[in-house]
Every structure is written in C-alpha cells, then in structure tokens.
Design a binder for this molecule. Structure first.
Ligand code: URA
Length: 203
C-alpha cells in the first residue's frame, strides 16, 4: 500500500486513463500476470460492480469478467434486467495471481496485503468513475471496500462504502464452485434476487 500511495502522490491522476497508466506502470504485486485488467464501463454509471481479481481469460484478453464466472454473471445481469454495457465493472486487484499446474493456471486468492496495496487505486477509480451504487461481489471486494474482512453470510445486502451507497452479495465464481445442482440453483436464485434489488436501488 505504501508503494501505491507513493505513486499516487507523485502524480495525482485526474482521469481514469491517467490512473490506469499508473497501475500499468506499477506492475503486478506478484510476478506472473500478462497485463493489468482495468475497470470497464461508463463514468457516472448507476451501478459499479467490484469483483476480486481477473481470472485466466481476463488476464489473456485484458478485460474484466469474460471467463466462466463472467459468462454466468452476464446471464444473471440479463435476467435481472441490468444492461452490462451501462454498468461499470472492475476488480479489487487488477492482476491475475495463479499457481501453475502443468499448462493450467489455477486462480490463487490475493492476500490481504495485496488487496490493501491496491486499495488506494480502487478508491481513486471509484472517485473518478463516480457510480451511484457500488456492489461488492464476494469477500475480497468487501475487504477492499471496507478495509475489514466480514463473512458475506453476515454482511449480505445494503451497505455503505465510505461516501458510496453500497450492496454486498456473493461472487459469481462462488456459484460455479457449489457441489450439487440443487444448491447451485438455489444460490443462483438468491444472487438474482440481490441483482434485482440492486437494479431497483440504483434507478
Ligand atoms: N472474477 C473476478 O473477480 N473478476 C473477473 O474479472 C473475473 C473473474
């Protein structure tokens, strides 16, 4: 976090483009990522969604939420009546962290230290993007947005993230990891219900 704050005070970014240049120049907190994956979407969006970190596909393509979790997220957004193109999508951490297993790159959770290091960037990003409502998708986003780690089961629903009206829900990749179809379906319906609530709150 010292590193991020230093870079920030050197040259306070005035636009998302300037912020992204600083993020790109700083590089990943741990080696491996192909590129930084920046937030995507319009400024002044009704809703900003904050995920954890880019996955394998996102790292290759340089865009957030384009892999398996992103596909499920797209489907849920459509079903909840939220236009993805009108929302702002970003991640708590801007680089893919992974463990190499053969030719597969397995997602590795960013540490609390890595989340804290990139936190000033996320805060600046939101300040510049100025969304109406900020949605934390999963625990890493909650940690990044509040500085505290709270189980989703206890914090789910409406929240406040500093100056922002907030909402806490699960991460779409959590839905993919559930063991059986019935549990999956139930968790997906609960996620949809959160998204519909979010849609209502933001308009
Ligand atoms: N999971 C995330 O949190 N973000 C992405 O961009 C993709 C998967």
């Amino acid at each position: 976090s010292e590193h991020a704050l230093e870079l920030m005070s050197d040259r306070e970014p005035k636009t998302l483009e300037e912020l992204n240049a600083i993020i790109a120049a700083a590089g990943p907190p741990v080696p491996g990522a192909t590129q930084a994956v920046f937030g995507e979407g319009p400024e002044h969006a009704d809703i900003a969604f904050v995920g954890e970190q880019p996955g394998d596909q996102e790292d290759r393509l340089g865009r957030p939420f384009v892999g398996p979790a992103g596909k499920l997220f797209d489907k849920a957004l459509r079903e909840a009546g939220i236009d993805r193109a009108e929302a702002y999508l970003t991640n708590a951490v801007k680089h893919f962290k992974f463990e190499q297993r053969g030719h597969r790159r397995i997602h590795a959770k960013p540490s609390a230290g890595e989340v804290k290091r990139e936190r000033p960037w996320l805060m600046k990003e939101l300040e510049l993007a100025r969304p109406k409502l900020v949605v934390a998708l999963g625990g890493t986003a909650v940690l990044a947005l509040t500085g505290k780690s709270t189980p989703i089961s206890r914090s789910r629903g409406r929240a406040r993230f500093g100056p922002y009206q907030g909402y806490i829900t699960v991460h779409p990749s959590y839905l993919l990891r559930l063991p059986d179809e019935a549990t999956k379906r139930e968790a997906y319906e609960a996620f949809l219900s959160d998204l519909r609530h979010i849609h209502d709150l933001a308009r």
